[in-house]
Design a protein around this ligand. Structure first.
Ligand code: FES
Length: 69
């Protein structure tokens, strides 16, 4: 099964497909939402709560080339 993670412009990561989300202790986090915060401002991490809009989060719109070569 394929999982697609879609980067929303200046917003969260949208996960499409079945996946398991696990905390640092190995406990499974119920998938209440498909949108994962990438701005760091959410009060419901790891999920997006819309704070990115309020803080004016600006995300890179394209993948950054790796320096590991
Ligand atoms: S991306 Fe939406 S609150 Fe962080």
């Amino acid at each position: 099964m394929t999982v697609t993670i879609r980067l929303k412009e200046n917003g969260p990561l949208l996960v499409e497909g079945e996946y398991t989300l696990v905390d640092p202790n190995g406990n499974e986090i119920p998938q209440a939402k498909r949108a994962l915060c990438r701005c760091g401002g959410s009060t419901t991490k790891p999920f997006c709560d819309g704070t990115h809009s309020k803080i004016g989060f600006q995300a890179a719109t394209a993948a950054v080339a790796s320096s590991d070569k």
